[in-house]
Structures are given as C-alpha cells and as structure tokens.
Design a binder for this molecule. Structure first.
Ligand code: HEC
Length: 113
C-alpha cells in the first residue's frame, strides 16, 4: 500500500511539473493578433487594391472585414502565382512564413489585439 501511494504521489508530481512547464512554454509564444501581425501585412501587401478609398476591391482595412474573409484570404495566398485567383494579384507570392501568420492567426482564435 505504501508503495502504491509513493508511486501515485510521484506520478502526480510528474504530471504537475509537466503541465506547468508546458503552460509556461505556451505563454512565451505570443499569440498572433490583427493589430500586431495581420494589419501590417495587409497594408503592405494588399494595398492599394483592398484599402479604400484608393482600392475598390473587397475592403480589408478593418478587423471585422479581414476576420470574416479569413478562409478565402488563406486559400488565395496559398495558391501559386499562375493559379486563377492568386493573391496578392500582380505581386510575388508571399513567403511561407507570411502565409503562416494568417494560418496561425486563425488557429489562435482570430484575436484583434
Ligand atoms: C493589384 C491589386 C490587388 C492586390 C495587391 C491584392 N488584391 Fe486581392 N483582389 C484584387 C482583385 C482585382 C480582386 C477581384 C478578382 C478576384 O476575386 O480574383 C481581388 C479579390 C480578392 C479576394 C476575394 C474577395 C471576395 O470575397 O470577393 C480576396 C480574399 C483577396 N483578393 C485577398 C487579397 C489579399 C489577402 C491580398 C494581399 C496579400 C490581396 N488580395 C492583394 C486585387 C488585388
């Protein structure tokens, strides 16, 4: 009985240590947000076409608009430049790490800030 208790306590200690350390790790990686990460990409790569008043395409100058179109945005930036619908139109393909910022934004819950 004593041995089972010791093993249980050791096991719990292990689980607790593991949980707290992995939580610390998760906290270290900042979540992707619209304000910090997405807006700068869009204002650089999707302007002027998607930024009113100059651009007259689907406006992506607000959090709500980008959020509601996120799936289509991800689909289009993942296409090859020769594919129909590729974005950013008439520009080089975004780097994999930039495309991943959109994917990670969605995974992190489409935070505004
Ligand atoms: C040179 C102008 C130009 C740039 C730059 C550009 N787009 Fe577009 N975009 C267009 C045009 C034109 C259309 C409409 C034709 C079409 O749907 O393919 C469009 C349509 C879209 C659509 C479909 C909207 C809908 O629901 O009807 C998405 C999504 C999109 N663009 C995303 C982007 C993203 C993200 C970027 C930046 C990484 C970007 N575009 C950069 C011109 C541009």
């Amino acid at each position: 009985m004593k041995r089972i208790c010791t093993m249980l306590i050791l096991g719990m200690a292990f689980v607790l240590t593991f949980c707290t350390s992995s939580q610390k790790l998760a906290n270290k990686v900042p979540k992707v947000t619209y304000m910090a990460n997405i807006e700068p990409i869009i204002s650089t790569s999707c302007s002027p076409c998607h930024i009113p008043p100059k651009g007259n395409k689907e406006p992506y100058n607000t959090y709500a608009a980008v959020k509601s179109d996120v799936d289509e945005i991800i689909r289009r930036v993942k296409l090859n430049p020769t594919d129909k619908g590729f974005m950013p139109m008439k520009h080089p393909k975004l780097s994999d790490s930039t495309v991943n910022v959109f994917v990670q934004w969605k995974a992190d819950g489409l935070l505004e800030k």
